[in-house]
Every structure is written in structure tokens, then in C-alpha cells.
Design a binder for this molecule. Structure first.
Ligand SMILES: Nc1ncnc2c1ncn2[C@@H]1O[C@H](COP(=O)(O)OP(=O)(O)O)[C@@H](O)[C@H]1O
Ligand SMILES: [Mg+2]
Length: 242
């Protein structure tokens, strides 16, 4: 870790601090007398700006991992640090603040409010993150994902691919430092999926945020800086496609 002193006498800034640190993370679900070990000892460091694809078949623990990073769930054991905040210790207020300010989440089923049009959805997302934007800025965000002219449609008046792009625009409008995406191409046909991935790849390059994408799709993996494979709650392989 590089520590540089600021000439203006500010406290030292830690450069290239990891965006995400997981150490020996376990997540066990207990329902009645059934115990499911969803994550069993995950160790992982992700530097700021990295694009990581998390592969693995259904049930391997991908969504559980993303939920922990999003601060919407807690590990049974181990440490989860996101953007400098130790989520395994943080209280609900701190975790909510992290979700609002730094971490954007895109789910498979989209995260749009059905009775608001796209412009309103994008503005709402930005407002909830504490950074309200005006209509023009919302339109810029929508145009950035190829949805210019669709501002006044509701999510139900869009195709699946358009809904995912709109969800991405809403998340980007919050200018997150970290984006977590869970199977966002899961319900799309292959050419629409490819377009969405091109878009996500471009956004990642332009905005230089940290990006974690859980996916079944091997095409995603080829665009990532690093590909992790989960099996039964463990990281069983790691490679760098480029
Ligand atoms: N809320 C829950 N309650 C009980 N078991 C769960 C819960 N969430 C996930 N699991 C179990 O944990 C394991 C990992 O699930 P998940 O993280 O959703 O996998 P993936 O996203 O890779 O398909 C699975 O066996 C799943 O059934
Ligand atoms: Mg999942």
C-alpha cells in the first residue's frame, strides 16, 4: 500500500486501497433444522477499479456474496470491508449509508419503480443516494445507455434489455464507486445480452469504478480483468483473461 503525504498538510492519503476485502467469510443459513453453508471461507481482495466476474453454477454462493458486499446481509463469520467500512461491525445506519453513497446494485429483475417513467426512475435513484439531479441530467444518463427518446416510458413499456439498460442508467446516476450486478443478462437473448455487456464494459472503462458481476455467461468473463469461479461456497479457481 502506498502512503503519500499531502503537501497541503492534510492527513496522508492511502492510494490504491482495496475497494473490497473479504477475509475468511462464512455465511450459514439455518432454517428449522436445515443448515446450508452458502459461503465457506472466502478470502478475496479487489483493488479499486477492477472488473471481476464471479462465475459458478446455480447455488454456488454468488448472490450471497453480493448481498454481503451490498450490506444487505451479514456474514456468519469473517470480515467484509467495502470502501473502507467494516460491514461485519457496522450498524444498520452505517450500512444503509454505504448502500446509498458508494455502492450501486443491479439485479436480474431490474430495480425500477413500475409506476414511474424512466426519467423519474433515474431521478429517484439519484435522490435516494443523496445526490439529486435535474431532468436534463437524467436524460443524459438515459442517453448514455442508448435510451434517448424513451424518457417518458414506464418500465413495463420496454423490452427486457431496455429495462436492464434503464436500471443501469439509474444506478450510474448515483455515481457509485462500486457496482454489484447479479445475473443482469440472465433473462436476455444472446444478442441483447452482448449489447448490455458491451455497455457495461464501456461504462466500467469510462467511469473507472469497481465492478463485480455475477454471471453464468462465459462471454462476460472474457471482458473481465479477473474471473473467479465459485463452487459450493468456495473460490476454486481464478484467472485473468487478458
Ligand atoms: N435466504 C436463504 N435461506 C436459506 N438458504 C439460502 C438463502 N439464500 C441462499 N441460500 C442457499 O445458499 C446457497 C447459495 O445460494 P446463492 O448465493 O443464491 O447461489 P447462486 O447465486 O450462486 O445461485 C444455495 O444452497 C441456496 O439454496
Ligand atoms: Mg444467484
Amino acid at each position: 500500500m502506498v502512503v503519500t503525504a499531502d503537501p497541503a498538510g492534510m492527513p496522508p492519503v492511502r492510494a490504491a486501497a482495496p475497494a473490497i476485502i473479504l477475509s475468511d467469510v462464512m455465511r450459514v443459513f439455518r432454517e428449522a433444522d436445515i443448515e446450508t453453508i452458502a459461503l465457506r471461507g472466502i478470502d478475496l481482495e479487489i483493488p479499486a477499479g477492477e472488473f471481476v466476474a464471479i462465475m459458478g453454477r446455480s447455488g454456488s454462493g454468488k448472490s450471497t456474496l453480493l448481498q454481503l458486499l451490498a450490506g444487505s446481509d451479514r456474514p456468519t463469520a469473517g470480515r467484509v470491508v467495502v470502501d473502507g467500512l467494516d460491514l461485519s461491525r457496522a450498524d444498520e445506519r452505517e450500512r444503509a449509508a454505504l448502500r446509498g453513497r458508494h455502492v450501486g446494485i443491479v439485479f436480474q429483475s431490474g430495480n425500477l419503480v413500475p409506476f414511474l417513467d424512466l426519467e423519474e426512475n433515474v431521478r429517484l435513484a439519484a435522490e435516494l443516494a443523496g445526490r439529486p439531479i435535474d431532468r436534463a441530467a437524467a436524460r443524459v444518463s438515459l442517453a448514455g445507455v442508448g435510451l434517448d427518446g424513451r424518457e417518458h416510458r414506464r418500465p413495463t413499456q420496454l423490452s427486457g434489455g431496455e429495462q436492464q439498460r434503464a436500471a443501469l442508467a439509474a444506478v450510474l446516476a448515483t455515481t457509485p464507486r462500486i457496482i454489484l450486478a447479479d445475473e443482469v443478462t440472465g433473462e436476455l437473448d444472446s444478442s441483447t445480452a452482448r449489447q448490455l455487456l458491451d455497455l457495461i464494459g464501456r461504462v466500467h472503462r469510462d467511469a473507472r469504478m469497481t465492478l463485480l458481476l455475477a454471471t453464468h455467461d462465459p462471454n462476460v468473463a472474457e471482458r473481465a480483468d479477473r474471473v473467479l469461479e465459485l463452487r459450493d461456497g468456495r473460490i476454486v479457481s481464478e484467472r485473468r483473461p487478458r
